[in-house]
Design a protein around this ligand. Sequence first.
Ligand SMILES: [Zn+2]
Ligand SMILES: [Zn+2]
Length: 345
Amino acid sequence: MKAAVKYERRKGAVKIFDLEEPKIGPSEVLVRIKSAAVCGSDLHAYEFLPGYQTPEETKIPVTLGHEWSGIIADVGANVSRFRPGDRIMGESVLYCGECRLCLQGRTNICERFLLTGRHIDGAMAEYFKVDSKYLHRIPDGLSFEEAATAQPLSVSLHAVVDNCVIAPGDIVLVFGPGVIGLGAAQVARMLGASTVIVVGLERDEKARLPLAKDLGFFPLASGSDLAQELMRLTGRAKADVVIECSGDSRNIARGLGLVARGGRMTIVGISADPASVFYTPIVRNEIQIHTTFNGTWNNYDQALRLMAEKKINMKSLISQHELTEVVRVFDAALECEMVKPVLCP
Ligand SMILES: [Zn+2]
Ligand SMILES: [Zn+2]
């Protein structure tokens, strides 16, 4: 079978290999992959720069891809909930289910988690195997491409629903018009935010900021005077909530400076660089800071239902490509020419 493999510990070093189909164990299912979306972390693996998640942890060679959907081709002897032919997608983080955090339901920060496509072979391949406990059924009417994006949408939902407070009428500013940011902006609006502003870089003006505008948000270039733009758009120079999804460490101090007294900031993006913050005004203004990572079973369930009910639109973010185009697609994604490329093996 064809698979997109990171084959050496250096920049680049991704190509299509012809591998054997995986052999399943008693609790696993074999999946015929229909869609495998490209994530920023696949691009980090492609570029192989230090700082994000230690590259040393990456199993090499490894089949990339952790945002996937497909059809069950075969089930192990102990699998009773699923059958061949079922349309499913799966969680990206394989949590242990037994550590202190898993037992609290916080499987997204399991102490012993394995990440698909990093610690174990991923889903940018014709076939993929996974334990059935990580599966979710795809609702009728939802495409495989959209279902694969339930993974990043689960991250946006966990950030905004579980690790932020949005009150009706709030002014919300989101840094980063990527998939997580555009998902977070949509969730914030769904929870009642009045004005949602999405801030991007110059390179985001190609595809991502226009898309933010199409989705009904106010797009702003990060070079502009954001306080002044906030004043122009809302009559107030500060936002009730700032959600940092860009992974640019400079946006931590900048974002905190744009939170109104008594407001909230949630940090989703990760960076290879440290951030420096003068925190006295943050304390005196009683600004709440939350961090958020991955998503839980419930966030996947929310993501699939909200897309199926057309309450959240991921479809407009997606472009479809052949699996064999993987390197060209990675290069184009690094140039921000695409918002959410999805590979179809
Ligand atoms: Zn991802
Ligand atoms: Zn665990």
